[in-house]
Structure formats: C-alpha cells, structure tokens
Design a protein around this ligand. Structure first.
Ligand SMILES: C[S@@+](CC[C@H](N)C(=O)[O-])C[C@H]1O[C@@H](n2cnc3c(N)ncnc32)[C@H](O)[C@@H]1O
Length: 301
C-alpha cells in the first residue's frame, strides 16, 4: 500500500542498519527538539482526544515510550490529570530539561532484552515502532507491560498516496525519504496498517484503529515538519539516487507555495486492552463492547 514498502538501497558510504538518532535525526543536532515539536503540534490534540476517550485520567499510571520531548507525557499529567507518567527514551536530554511533578524519566532502549519498567494502566508510543525492527516482538512486549484491564495505544505513520500519486517533486522526495530512512535506520511503515491484527495476535481485546491525515497547508506545522525532516535526512534521501538536491529544494519550496495540493502522510492510532485476570480475551471483547455501547466516545470510563 505504501511506496516505501519495497526495500531501499543506499549509496555505499552512508551508514546502513543503524539506529534512529545516529545517522539521521541526531538529538545533539541543534533544532532536533523543534523538529519533534512540529510533529507534536500536528498530532498532540488527536492523541490526547483519543487517550481521553479511552478513559485515561485521574489515578492512571502511564508509560510513554520513545517520549521525545515529552509533550504527550506532560499533557497526560496537567490536562488528563493522570497520577504518574514514566517517559522512556534512548536519549532523555529533552525530557530532563523541564521536570514536572509526576513525570518520571528513564533512559533506556526499549528493544533491549529485559526492558521491564513495571506495569501500567496505559502504555503509549507514537512514531517509535516504525523506526525499530522486530515489531511483533515489541508489540507483544509492550502488551506485557499492561496491568490487567490496561490499554496499549500505538501510533505510527501511514502514507496513503505517495505510491500512486503522479510523480511530482513532492511525491518523489517523500518516496525517496521513506526509502532512504529504511536503508539507513531501518524505518518501515509498510506494516503499520497491520496494527489491529498484530494487537489481536498479542492477546489484546477490543482492538480498534483510526487514521488522521493532517491538511498540507503552506506554513502549517505539518508542512514545516516535512521540510525540516527532509533537510535533516537529506543525505539519506540523496543516497537513494531517486532524486537530486534540486528536486529536494523544489519539493521544500512547493510545500510553502500556494500551488501546494497534495496529501500528507498521516498517523494510524491503534489500541487494545489487556483482559482482566481470569477473563478470556473473547469475554473481554464482549465486556469492552458493552462498555463502548455505554460510552459513545469509545472509552471505558
Ligand atoms: C520520532 S520521535 C517521536 C517522539 C514522540 N513520541 C512524539 O511523537 O512526539 C522518536 C523518539 O523515539 C526515541 N527512540 C528511538 N529508538 C528508541 C529505542 N530503541 N528506545 C527508546 N527510545 C527510542 C527517539 O530518541 C525519539 O525521541
């Protein structure tokens, strides 16, 4: 379904099989927090609305993995009124910069064997698993971190049009970006639409998913996010050989021009519940269905 689904090659010389934050999107590069925050400006309201409608609120102990600059972790505390949030990242410099009561910070690689920070009512990750290998194992592992009756909520990127849209500088650079990221840090969003199925395989109940695609309006946070991301991933993009520097520049200008008329990649959010102890996941499904009927917002408050 996505242009970037096919394996991507990169020119010799550029690191391959690396990790997020190494060859690309290095946290020590000035402005990386601003780039992450542009994505947060686009998606935080969507994420918070979904978490609130799932019932996340006072008394909840939450885990946010790959927390980035911590915008969701902070809003869970001061907006949803949860009890605690443990924010985990492989680099916590943006999380420790602004302490907040209730906010715990843990520097850890969630792929590392033995990653086990406790049990939580909410386990959340956004734009993380798409950058990591062994997703099925990771989804199962994150599900294991749920307390009985807790909910796993994962969001990642989905690109509905780049593969099929006419070849413009914008679509060609987007395609080259996915291929370049795949070749350098292993990013792969082709499997993301399988989230609901993977959640069920992991034993979660009342699984559901939704997609949000933000409008590409010149000067908007999503347009600025893509321009900034292409700039930072330029070496990986050019290394694919699919586009040259002039095409990247043309695509960046296009994003900021009144002629811009394209569809951005968007975000899939999927969620599923860990059944209460002693309850088979099929009964848990029926139970959750009842709760959903009781609460048209889709939650279980
Ligand atoms: C694209 S950012 C998303 C940040 C945040 N979740 C958001 O949506 O605004 C991905 C984050 O995941 C972190 N990360 C990448 N690989 C990780 C790993 N293996 N373990 C923990 N964190 C990781 C990165 O350092 C970065 O902060």
């Amino acid at each position: 379904m996505c242009a970037h689904a096919r394996p991507g090659g990169v020119r010799p010389g550029l690191p391959s099989a690396g990790h997020y934050g190494e060859a690309v999107f290095r946290p020590e590069q000035p402005g990386e927090d601003d780039r992450i925050d542009l994505g947060a400006l686009v998606y935080d309201d969507i994420t918070m609305a979904r978490l609130r409608s799932l019932g996340v609120g006072p008394g909840w102990n939450c885990l946010d993995v790959g927390a980035g600059t911590g915008t969701v972790a902070r809003r869970l505390l001061y907006e949803a009124g949860v009890a605690t949030v443990l924010a985990v990242d492989r680099d916590v410099r943006f999380l420790t910069a602004h302490p907040l009561p209730g906010l715990g910070v843990l520097e850890a690689d969630i792929s590392a064997p033995g990653f086990d920070p406790g049990r939580f009512q909410l386990v959340h990750a956004r734009f993380l698993l798409m950058h990591l290998p062994s997703r099925e194992r990771l989804i199962a592992g994150l599900g294991e971190l749920l307390a009985p009756g807790g909910v796993l909520v994962l969001s990642d990127a989905v690109d509905l049009t780049t593969a099929t849209a006419p070849a413009t500088p914008y679509t060609r650079v987007m395609q080259a970006m996915w291929q370049g990221l795949r070749g350098t840090i292993g990013t792969d969003v082709s499997w993301v639409p399988d989230y609901p199925h993977l959640f069920r395989t992991a034993g979660l109940a009342s699984v559901a998913a939704e997609i949000h695609v933000p409008p590409l309006v010149p000067g908007s946070p999503i347009s600025r996010f893509w321009a900034r991301s292409w700039d930072r991933a330029r070496e990986a993009i050019l290394a694919t050989g699919l586009v040259d520097d002039a095409t990247v520049e043309a695509a960046i200008r296009y994003l900021d021009s009144p002629d811009c008329a394209a569809l951005s990649p968007g975000m899939i959010t999927a969620w599923g519940w860990r059944p209460q102890e002693g309850m088979p996941s099929s009964s848990a499904c029926a139970d959750q269905e009842q709760l959903r009927r009781d609460d048209s917002g889709g939650g279980r408050t």
